[in-house]
Ligand binder design. Structure first.
Ligand code: NAD
Length: 699
């Protein structure tokens, strides 16, 4: 449906104030009809003798959500935002932006050009373009910096912060905050200003906050984040723009920002970032559940106050909900709470939170020893030992005490959800909520659906994950779910490359160069090699692993036999000095020995080959997971990997990477590998079909 400009911005005069109401569904974005309507209505208001002031407000309790994503990548039509902003800055009548809902990105940039801003107390403002690999190119870096100073501006823009209205008032971003009707408050404010008389403040001309700024703050922030921002363009350009606001005249600063915006827009990382932005939103949607409403989750019980239980409790109370944390003994509860408190203290000492917030969060965790405490909770998350019998005991108790309809979730990383659900009389309420460690930090949650889970349970779990600020991806209950199943596959490829001539550190370094924060083997050393060893020994006993197979690499078994369990024992695949890992000639000698035993002539393996084999293994397994229905779509694999496994976000995820290479090229490589190892490299049918049809994953 096309909306006419005169409908996109409505006009009325109330109490001598022209009220311009943006009514441009769904989110009042800065689309062409809205911009055109705004220009016309501003002219109308300026010419209207009945109006002594102007208020711009959004319909349906929303301000302007931001740029119109429907216009991305298309040529711009209609007036530019800049022209509207100039008109507002030169207005002889005072203009007040009345902000409710979210004024993000272009929405806030628009409002910053009005002389005044009045916000509803529940409103939030922010410049969030960095999430899309961009910078606020509508004057945001220049006006905000001049209003609040470079340090606050950098923090807000680089972290895409959503600043609540009261805080925005404190910072000087808005002039007044109201608990009442924002339009009424803005009209009263505008009348008052008209009475007082001009000139009206112009943010872009403010100089007090940008004088005598120490240029070192910009250098420091660049140096400090060089690693974190590797491969991205926008954060660096944002720093440049904020710095420019402290050095250049207003119009020069705006011109500088425009150029910097173009650089971001043309950056190779940008399509990947846009892809992930939409992929994340898509991942939260569950096909076939239209019209099914999530249940409200207000209180949560957690069982197991260990590493995961404590971290899960932190995530939930940080979002303002309350938690009852249960363990078998008071000692276990005390130890769990001590760990939680210590984690919070670290955040306070780092300055990432305040003692006040921590105290409030801790007050929302109640420790309990008796299951009867769970009789009224809306959801329980079990995080006890990874053992089916123990989980069954727990779920049997839950079945007895929990109210009907309570969601019964397990944080299992490997057990089959339907097997866990066997212990209860209401398997439809059982679901996996696979948090990642550390659970209070990691964004990803795999919501694992067994065959028995009801749609309402699935939708509720997905919604709950979002409520606590996580990124949910729906996974089927296959071995390893999505993430670990893929990790297992490419880990095995790394192990094979070690037999052929690579070392653990060469593989890790190649992956680090690709953009992973950490390679496979450093990660294994951190997690500890002993758990996997135990699993493999059992599997050798039951015959599911053949240690004599040509492609079986016994390096880690042999390391464990020597007591080298990883970082915690000072040696594993690497040797350690404290936390510092170093390559170990002894490990290389062991590998040479193993290759000789297997009759493999070691060869030089290039970093390019390492990256290709690891990535192709990820993609092939990812395609199989989609094909088998354990993931809803290829982009869910990307979200899983970007938010849970350190895949560089600026590369968009493994499946996106494959599309960028060309699925035909990836398929051809896999066919090449298949010649030597037909078992491990059987191409996914989905990949084969798409590649042969010359298509991407979606089309
Ligand atoms: P952990 O050993 O640190 O903690 C387990 C806690 O559960 C302990 O405090 C223990 O006292 C308690 N517990 C054991 N049996 C209990 C029972 N019957 N009733 C009440 N409490 C009981 O283990 P963890 O690392 O936190 O792992 C917990 C679960 O989370 C496991 O299923 C694991 O597979 C899964 N998980 C772990 C990680 C990880 O990285 N550690 C990541 C994802 C998922």
């Amino acid at each position: 449906m096309t909306i006419k400009p005169e409908d996109a911005v409505r006009y009325e005069v109330r109490d001598g104030v022209a009220v311009l109401t943006i009514d441009f569904p769904p989110v009042n974005a800065l689309g062409a009809p809205m911009r055109e309507g705004m220009m016309a209505r501003l002219d109308q208001a300026l010419a209207d003798p009945a109006a002594e002031a102007i208020v711009v407000v959004g319909a349906n309790d929303k301000f302007i959500a931001g740029a119109d994503i429907r216009e991305f990548g298309k040529p711009k039509v209609g007036p530019e935002l800049f022209t509207i902003q100039e008109k507002m800055e030169q207005s002889p009548k005072p203009i007040v932006a009345a902000i409710d809902g979210h004024a993000l990105g272009g929405g806030l940039e628009f409002a910053l050009a009005a002389p005044f801003r009045v916000a509803a107390s529940r409103a939030k403002v922010g410049l969030v373009e960095v999430n899309l690999g961009l910078l606020p190119g509508g004057g945001g870096t220049q006006r905000l910096t001049r209003l609040v100073g470079p340090e606050v501006a950098l923090d807000m823009i680089l972290n895409a912060r959503h600043v609540p209205a009261p805080k925005a008032k404190e910072l000087g971003i808005v002039d007044a905050v109201t608990d009442g009707d924002v339009t009424e408050a803005a009209i009263a404010f505008a009348r008052q200003k008209a009475k007082e008389g001009g000139p009206w403040p112009v943010a872009i001309e403010r100089t007090d906050k940008v004088q005598n700024v120490d240029p070192k703050i910009f250098e420091d922030i660049r140096t400090k984040n060089a690693g974190k921002w590797k491969g991205t363009v926008a954060p660096f350009q944002i720093v440049n723009c904020v710095e420019a606001a402290t050095k250049l005249a207003p119009r020069e600063g705006l011109a500088f920002e425009r150029e910097a915006f173009k650089i971001c827009n043309d950056a190779p990382s940008r399509p990947a970032q846009i892809h992930l932005f939409f992929a994340e939103r898509q991942a939260a949607k569950v096909d076939g559940t239209e019209g099914i409403k999530p249940k409200a989750i207000r209180s949560v019980g957690i069982i197991g106050a260990g590493t995961m239980g404590g971290g899960i409790a932190m995530s939930i109370v940080n979002a303002g909900l309350s938690v009852k944390l249960l363990d078998t003994t008071q000692e276990a509860l005390d130890a769990g709470m001590a760990r939680v408190t210590k984690n919070y203290q670290t955040s306070v000492s780092r300055g990432s939170t305040t003692q006040e917030k921590v105290d409030a969060a801790l007050a929302r965790i109640e420790t309990v020893l008796d299951y009867s405490a769970f009789s009224d909770v809306d959801m329980v998350i079990e995080a006890v030992f990874e053992n089916l019998e123990v989980k069954h005991q727990v779920f049997r108790k839950l079945d007895k005490v929990c109210k009907p309809g309570a969601i019964l979730a397990s944080n299992t990383s490997a057990l089959n959800i339907d097997r866990i659900a066997e212990a209860v009389s209401r398997p439809g309420d059982v679901i996996g909520l696979h948090f990642f460690s550390p659970a209070n930090v990691m964004k990803l949650i795999e919501v694992v659906r067994g065959d028995l889970a009801s749609k309402e349970t699935i939708v509720t779990a997905m919604n709950f994950a979002k409520t606590i600020g996580k990124v949910p991806v729906l996974a089927g209950s296959c071995v390893g779910f999505i993430g670990n199943r893929i990790l297992h596959r490419y880990g095995a490829e790394g192990d094979l490359m070690q037999l052929e001539g690579a070392t653990p550190w060469q593989i890790d370094n190649a992956l680090k160069d690709f953009g992973f924060p950490m390679g496979i083997y450093l990660m294994r050393d951190m997690a500890g090699l002993d758990v996997g060893w135990l699993v493999r020994k059992n599997r050798m006993k039951d015959g599911t692993i053949d240690p004599n197979a040509a492609d079986y690499n016994p390096l880690m078994d042999r390391l464990c036999e020597k007591g080298r369990y990883g970082q915690k024992t000072g040696a594993g695949l690497y040797k350690y000095d404290g936390r510092n890992a170093a390559p170990d000639a002894e490990v290389e000698a062991m590998l040479i020995q193993i290759s000789a035993e297997k009759g493999i002539t070691r060869r030089a393996i290039s970093d390019e080959e390492i990256v290709w084999r690891v990535l192709a293994a990820m993609v092939n397994e990812g395609a199989k997971i989609v094909e088998e229905g354990y993931a809803q779509r290829a982009s869910d694999i990307d979200v899983t990997y970007a938010f849970g496994y350190g895949f560089p976000k600026y590369r968009g995820g493994p499946m996106f990477w494959a599309e960028q290479q060309g699925l035909d090229k990836v398929y051809a490589k896999i066919k090449e590998y298949e010649v030597q190892y037909p078992q491990r490299w059987k191409p996914a049918n989905l990949l084969k079909d798409r590649a042969e049809a010359g298509k991407g994953w979606k089309d």
